[in-house]
Design a protein around this ligand. Structure first.
Ligand code: GTP
Ligand code: MG
Length: 220
């Protein structure tokens, strides 16, 4: 007598990038998503950090997301080690501006050669901006084109990317973009979708991840 066949179980490992300007909340989003934690303290990521999220997608599918938390600071020449631990948002922003200025005057290229190495074999990306700082939204197109010029699906197409409008808990009345404008922005710039997120209040992070995984699975 033959034993009943076990239902086929699929397992995937997906490399997912998390990119965006300094201090927009990339590390916080990952920490919230993977460890259910949030901290007001800011410590800039140097190089790259990793986290793994295991998702029981459905009864026959297991998805492992390997999240690559990529520092906005890519130091090429200067061996600058940065450790910032403050809880005053205003102070964080002035320190970020100072660093951005210092790097721009020392010939630091924002998108150095390292991103190519980090992006290798990624199958999806979150591109993050901070709703309280318009300059981080203006930088989104740069991050997206950096991404699309350096990583491709086996088919040759761009990898799915989801846009995250983070820190929505601090959103002001007259926000940067209307939902309609954001929809158009996504269409024009090849984002699968956008979500208003808050790592602080745990808003929409699971939803955004589910959306990205759906898009990745469609290519798998
Ligand atoms: P780099 O590693 O320097 O590129 O920064 P990052 O994008 O990883 O930002 P990080 O997660 O370190 O967050 C920067 C600051 O913003 C920290 O002080 C966080 O506590 C704060 N922050 C992150 N997400 C949120 C959020 O959703 N709401 C609020 N109010 N603050 C947030
Ligand atoms: Mg970080």
């Amino acid at each position: 007598p033959s034993s009943p066949r076990a239902p086929e179980r699929k397992e995937y490992l997906f490399k997912v990038l998390v990119i965006g300007e300094l201090g927009v909340g990339k590390t916080s989003i990952i920490k919230r998503y993977v460890h259910q934690l949030f901290s007001q303290h800011y410590r800039a990521t140097i190089g790259v950090d990793f986290a793994l999220k295991v998702i029981n997608w459905d009864s026959s599918t297991l998805v492992r997301l390997q999240l690559w938390d990529i520092a906005a600071l890519q130091l090429k020449r200067a061996q600058l080690l940065l450790y910032i631990n403050v809880n005053n948002t205003q102070m964080v922003h002035s320190i970020q501006s100072a660093i951005t200025f210092a790097l721009s005057t020392t010939g630091q290229e924002r998108f150095g050669n390292m991103t190519r190495v980090y992006y290798k074999e990624a199958v999806g990306a979150f591109v993050v901006f901070d709703v309280t700082r318009g300059s981080t939204f203006e930088a989104i197109t740069k991050w997206k084109s950096d991404l699309d010029s350096k990583v491709f699906l086996p088919s040759g197409g761009p990898i799915p990317a989801v846009l995250l409008a983070n820190k929505c808990d601090q959103k002001k009345e007259n926000s940067l973009q209307s939902p309609h404008q954001m929809d158009n922005f996504c269409k024009e710039n090849g984002f699968a979708a956008w979500f208003e997120t808050s790592a602080k209040d745990n808003m929409n992070i699971d939803e955004a991840a589910r959306c990205l995984v759906e898009n990745i699975l469609a290519n798998a």
